[in-house]
Design a protein around this ligand. Structure first.
Ligand SMILES: O=C(O)CCC(=O)C(=O)O
Ligand SMILES: [Fe+2]
Length: 289
């Protein structure tokens, strides 16, 4: 492992919104990554999410394949995805399960696939509960991000960016074994996230690294250690575009460290319909273009 990056820690419970937004601004200008603590999601719920996630990934492969990803939601087996398509290696050493909106138009178009209650009786209830909770943390955070951009706190809400929230949760499992071969394998190869912002929780097993300057060769990778109970938050490509590069969508990856690893990420919005995009762009144009 390389050097660890000391990312700023944002306290979401702080009543000092303006100074919190200022810290977020600094973090987004410098790293595009920061931690968020005191977000209000209980440790107990997070533990349940990880327990259910493990329960799912431990199911026999045929049970998981029955929920194979359709459109955007469902199960993706090991090595089936390669986030850095320029690599000649096999796919990323990770398996995932995606689920999204619980209600509204998007949920009708992209219905969730749930494991059967017979196999995982508390899965759906746990995941739906987590979805609602993390979405509300994300909404709060987007309010602070708006303030950090000198916009009104309800900017993203007003332009409809949070309507029918098209957020997607990714449950991820990395088997972690380091394969000795000529081709490098990754848990997740180098990528930046789409969307506005991602909120990530891990089980504490290391592996996440960021490259702060993608233009500098060779890339310098720094570890992002987990802080128990805190989200690791990163800015996505859409926010980088919207702010004309002011806020950074930073390249990151997950290295195998010889140990199984679980994480859960929420990115949103996942799909913005063109009218919403036009609306946001119209409003942001004067400020950042
Ligand atoms: O599992 C992790 O730590 C990172 C996952 C990630 O980068 C992603 O899902 O976009
Ligand atoms: Fe990512």
């Amino acid at each position: 492992m390389g050097t660890s990056l000391l990312l700023p820690i944002i306290d979401l419970s702080s009543p000092e919104k303006i100074s919190t937004a200022q810290l977020i601004r600094q973090a987004c200008l410098e790293h595009g990554f920061f931690y968020v603590k005191n977000h209000g999601i209980s440790e107990e719920l997070v533990e349940r999410v990880f327990k259910e996630s493990k329960g799912f990934f431990n199911l026999p492969l045929e049970e998981k394949m029955a929920l194979l990803r359709r459109d955007l939601l469902g199960y993706t087996p090991l090595y089936a995805e390669k986030l850095d398509s320029s690599l000649s290696s096999i796919g990323d050493s990770k398996e995932s399960f995606y689920f999204g909106s619980l209600e509204g138009v998007l949920a009708q178009h992209y219905p969730n696939q749930w494991p059967s209650e017979g196999l995982l009786p508390s899965w759906r209830q746990t995941m739906e509960c987590y979805y609602k909770n993390v979405l509300s943390v994300g909404g709060k955070l987007l309010g602070l991000i708006a303030l950090a951009l000198d916009l009104d706190e309800d900017f993203f809400e007003k332009v409809g960016a949070l309507n029918d929230p098209a957020a997607v949760v990714r449950l991820l499992r990395y088997p972690g074994e380091v394969i000795s071969s000529d081709v490098e394998t990754y848990g997740a190869s180098a990528h930046s996230d789409y969307g506005m912002v991602t909120l990530l929780l891990t089980d504490g097993v290391p592996g996440l690294q960021v490259c702060r300057d993608k233009s500098k060769q060779p890339h310098i990778w720094e570890d992002v250690p987990a802080i128990k109970g805190a989200f690791i938050v990163n800015i996505g490509d859409m926010m980088e575009r919207w702010t004309n590069g002011l806020f950074r969508s930073t390249l990151h990856r997950v290295m195998p460290v010889g140990k199984e690893r679980y994480s859960v990420a929420l990115s949103f919005p996942f799909f913005l319909i063109p009218i919403q995009i036009a609306n946001v762009l119209g409003k942001l144009k004067e400020k950042f273009l």
